[in-house]
Each structure stands twice: as structure tokens, then as C-alpha cells.
Ligand binder design. Structure first.
Ligand code: SAH
Length: 230
């Protein structure tokens, strides 16, 4: 049983806040914990973050559904389960500094920011970067820095990172990202044909070699910029 401290009583009409919190708990139990994600920090973060604020008004009613949703400029906010799966796979510590490529709506950055010390997120579409930056500020995330740039090149100034998450598909691992990963660091990436499906791939840097684990099929929007030239 889930203890919902603010669960609406029968007499009182639930506030909007209570309603979304009920939806969030249901999302986590059914779509995420129900599919085997166990990391309590990931589950707690996703019970807390108001995902409906990361999508446009007309889609708010579907924000807790088991699917990705469109955001501006033909991009997408990932399916909740995929966000949880990727985050758990990174095996994060609270002291970690994490780089995200593809800020999009900012939702994944918020999930990371609930778990780790610092999040650095790079977005190649300026409008998306600005919007996510405003929302994350409004929600009070002081440990997220965003930047408008081609994430293929990482964020040299703050490297090296304990973990790197790439949320756009690409047919190879950008070499600058491997360089900016700490020894023992983890990198997760949807790797493969960017027109169709990719394989979610977890890479660990050990003694300057890469240990690679293929996790399963995913479909992400393509990485643009330098990645397209290769
Ligand atoms: N993590 C996001 C979803 C990302 S969708 C979320 O939680 O909402 C993929 C994002 O990657 C898009 O916003 C797209 O503009 C961005 N992107 C594509 N190519 C990129 C690149 N080379 N550098 C940085 N961001 C890129």
C-alpha cells in the first residue's frame, strides 16, 4: 500500500495538486516499479516531479501515461519507464556530477537533479533550452546548469563527469563524450540507426577501455549537428 499523506478525503474536492500526485504514484507503481525498477531514489524522484508541467497544456491530461509525448520543435519527452530505466542503469551516487545531452523538456534533468549533486544539460535547440531553463528555475533546481550548444562535444569546462546520459539517438558514441567520462564512469546512449530503433547501451570506462552492455530496444529522436556529419 502507498501512504499518500495528502490523499483527498471524500468531503473535500481534491485539489489539482492531489490529483496529479495520485497519477504520479500510479505511474510509478504500474509502469516503473511494476516493470522491475527498484532504485528507491529514482522511484521517489518520479513520484515527486510534476511531469505535467513539462508538457504543453493540451497534453497535461496525458502526462502520466505510458508513452512519450511531443514537446516543441518536433521533439519528445521520453516515456516515464525509459527515463527510470536509464537513470537506474547509471548507478548514481549522491555526490555524482552528471552530463545530459538533449535537455528537451528538462524532465530527465530534474529526475537526475533529485538524485545527484550536479547536473549539466546541453541542448542544441535554443528555444527548448530556454524553456527548460525557465521551468527548472521556477521549480527551484539550483543544481542544474543548462547550455545551448551541440552536445556532441560535451561540456569541456565541467568535465570529467561521473556519468553521461545521451537522450538522442546516434550511430556511434561521440569520442568527446568518452573523453569527458571519468575512469569508472558510466555512459548510457541509444545507439544505432537513428531512423528506426536503437539499442540502449550502457558503457563503463575501466582502465581506459570500454565495457559495453546492450540493454534493449528503444526509439529516440536523432541527434543532430556534428553527429550527422559522421
Ligand atoms: N531528455 C529530454 C528528451 C530529449 S528529446 C526530456 O527529458 O524531455 C532529445 C533532445 O535532444 C531534443 O530536445 C533535441 O533537440 C536534442 N538534441 C538533438 N541533437 C542534439 C545535440 N547534438 N546536442 C544537444 N542536444 C541535441
Amino acid at each position: 500500500m502507498i501512504a499518500l499523506s495528502k490523499y483527498p478525503s471524500v468531503e473535500n474536492q481534491p485539489s489539482n495538486d492531489d490529483q496529479t500526485s495520485v497519477q504520479r504514484f500510479k505511474m510509478v507503481e504500474e509502469q516503473i516499479a511494476g516493470r522491475g525498477v527498484k532504485d528507491s531514489r529514482v522511484l521517489d524522484a518520479m513520484r515527486k516531479i510534476p511531469r505535467h508541467l513539462f508538457v504543453e497544456n493540451s497534453l497535461k491530461g496525458r502526462a502520466y501515461g505510458d508513452h512519450p509525448l511531443p514537446i516543441d520543435e518536433g521533439q519528445t519527452i521520453s516515456q516515464p519507464y525509459v527515463v527510470a530505466w536509464m537513470t537506474e542503469a547509471l548507478n548514481l551516487k549522491s555526490s555524482d556530477r552528471v552530463l545530459e545531452i538533449g535537455t528537451g523538456s528538462g524532465y530527465q534533468a530534474a529526475v537526475l537533479a533529485e538524485i545527484v549533486k550536479e547536473v549539466y544539460s546541453v541542448e542544441i535547440r535554443e528555444g527548448l533550452k530556454d524553456k527548460a531553463h525557465r521551468l527548472l528555475n521556477k521549480l527551484g533546481y539550483k543544481n542544474i546548469k543548462t547550455k545551448y550548444a551541440d552536445g556532441y562535444f560535451g561540456w569541456e569546462q565541467y568535465a570529467p563527469f561521473d556519468a553521461i546520459i545521451i537522450t538522442a539517438s546516434v550511430n556511434h558514441i561521440p569520442p568527446p563524450l568518452i573523453k569527458q567520462l571519468k575512469e569508472g564512469g558510466r555512459l548510457i546512449i541509444p545507439l544505432g540507426n537513428t531512423l528506426y530503433y536503437q539499442t540502449l547501451t550502457l558503457v563503463t570506462k575501466i582502465s581506459n577501455e570500454l565495457d559495453v552492455v546492450q540493454m534493449g530496444g528503444v526509439a529516440f529522436v536523432p541527434m543532430i549537428g556534428e553527429a550527422k556529419q559522421k
